[in-house]
Design a protein around this ligand. Structure first.
Ligand code: C2G
Length: 445
């Protein structure tokens, strides 16, 4: 008996899938179909899947073509399945040509021609027109946002605006984007806008974008003062629009899991959080000319994120020490007191600290090595040094797509487990506002 195996997500099962499954079956006598688990798709950057694993399996089962259905849960499982089920032929569509040649060591590999003109992506898009996003402010983050948006169907960058025309032309080359003269024109041309601008410009831009009917995703931190934050959120509520802090760390699969683990009590009660972020930018001399690009102005939302998400309460006292030259802040240290717990932060711009995160609990501690804000790995350690639990994760691309995907969910009103809530933003804004008002001890750099 000749055994054939094939794999897929089979989201919104369509005639392309069916044609492939029929031809796969015809290659042998017995067909095994591996349906991808939700977590595996997420890990390989396939974030658009609209049906659950159970629904997708049921659709494949009802076709009656598969003799056996299994679940594909991890990278590398194909080799183990081929051996376990004594498979003779592995087959998949021609969109994967070359990608699975390594399996020919274990069985015959056949790429079948893909059916043209149909895909789950097309079906998803036909359900709903894509949200058109404009980018205000060109730079590295804009470039990343543009390319990662492509991985999220249902959202498309269509226009940009930047005061520097030369910069904008360079950015637009080959991208087929509309260029607008003014921010107002950008808002008018889009359903949503990504604000890639310094924090002191955000308030006016957010208000104008909301008034023009745009949902807003904004580089963190969003606000300098709590009053500004409240006014913007109120306006967004009145107009039924989404105001979303683009804090990508929160949406990394590893970070999300780490928060859930700690909240479930694996290290006991959390008593202290020690967290640092720093960066030496490529063109430090240009950065130094704008105080709003300095240490805490830039890193505040990131560095406070684990503290705010884990303590979920008001900061009772916050002492800051800041190293500065002129009005540019290079390095800020902070000591924060919460109900029965503490936290310390270090942030640097034009200075380098070890960017690690340590969460101290009554039963052990959780350690995330630098750079913790792009988490792929962490450890849980306890008194017994031999008992270290290690957690590894993958993410695709720059990791930004997970955040964009959550923004899209917020616009569509569909639920996501974890978001940066208004209260979270207000709590981190309160600390930045204190700094902004000059409530810190200054030290000459
Ligand atoms: N397919 C096809 N024609 C289409 C669309 C899809 O022949 N128009 C094929 C794909 O090539 C694949 C199968 O149908 O062999 C399932 O497609 P998807 O659900 O998109 O799954 P995919 O991401 O290709 O997963 O481990 C997962 C596999 O590697 C493939």
């Amino acid at each position: 008996m000749k055994k054939v195996i094939t794999y897929g997500t089979y989201d919104l099962l369509h005639h392309g899938h069916v044609a492939l499954l029929k031809r796969a079956k015809a290659l042998g006598d017995y067909l095994i179909v591996g349906v991808t688990a939700d977590g595996f798709d997420k890990e390989r950057g396939k974030l658009n899947v609209s049906q659950s694993l159970a629904e997708r399996i049921e659709n494949v089962r009802q076709l009656g073509i598969a003799d056996q259905i299994i679940v594909e849960e991890y990278e590398g499982q194909k080799i183990s399945d081929i051996q376990k089920y004594a498979v003779d032929i592995f087959t998949v569509g021609s969109d994967w040509v070359g990608k699975f040649d390594y399996l020919s060591e274990y069985c015959q590999v056949v790429y079948l021609p893909r059916t043209r003109g149909i895909s789950s992506t097309v079906l998803r898009a036909s359900n709903k027109p894509a949200v058109k996003v404009g980018i205000l402010g060109i730079g590295n983050a804009a470039e990343r946002f543009f390319s990662e948006c492509k991985a999220v169907s249902g959202m498309e960058v269509t226009a940009v605006c930047d005061p520097d025309a030369q910069n904008m032309n360079k950015f637009c080359r080959g991208k087929g984007l509309e260029r607008t003269e003014t921010a107002e024109d950008l808002y008018a041309a889009c359903d949503a806008v990504f604000l890639n601008t310094p924090v002191n410009e955000h308030y006016e831009q957010i208000m104008a974008a909301l008034d023009a009917g745009c949902h807003v995703i904004c580089n963190p931190p969003m606000f300098l003062t709590v009053a500004e934050a409240n006014r913007c959120y109120e306006r967004a509520d009145e107009l039924g629009l989404v105001l979303f802090e683009g804090l990508k760390t929160l949406y990394f699969p590893a970070f999300e899991h780490m928060l859930l683990l700690v909240k479930s009590g694996v290290i006991g009660a959390v008593k202290d959080i020690d967290v640092s972020c720093s960066q030496i930018p490529e063109h430090m001399e240009q950065v130094e000319t704008n105080k709003y690009l300095g240490s805490l102005y830039d890193w505040c939302s990131d560095v406070l994120l684990p503290i705010i998400k884990l303590y979920e309460s008001e900061c009772l006292d916050c002492q800051l020490i800041d190293f500065q030259k002129g009005d540019f802040s290079y390095f800020t240290r902070g000591l924060l007191r919460y109900q029965n717990a503490t936290a310390s932060i270090k942030v640097g711009k034009g200075i380098k600290v070890e960017g690690e995160l340590i969460i101290t609990g009554t039963k052990g501690y959780l350690y995330v090595p630098a750079p913790w804000w792009r988490t792929e790995y962490f450890e849980i350690r306890s008194e017994d040094l031999r008992n270290v639990k290690k957690y590894f994760y993958n993410y695709e691309g720059e990791g930004l797509r997970y955040m964009i995907y959550s923004f899209l969910h917020a616009i569509n009103g569909t639920e996501r487990s974890l978001v940066h809530t208004r209260q979270d933003v207000l709590r981190s804004t309160a600390i930045l506002e204190k700094f902004h008002r000059g409530e810190y001890t200054g030290i000459e750099m």
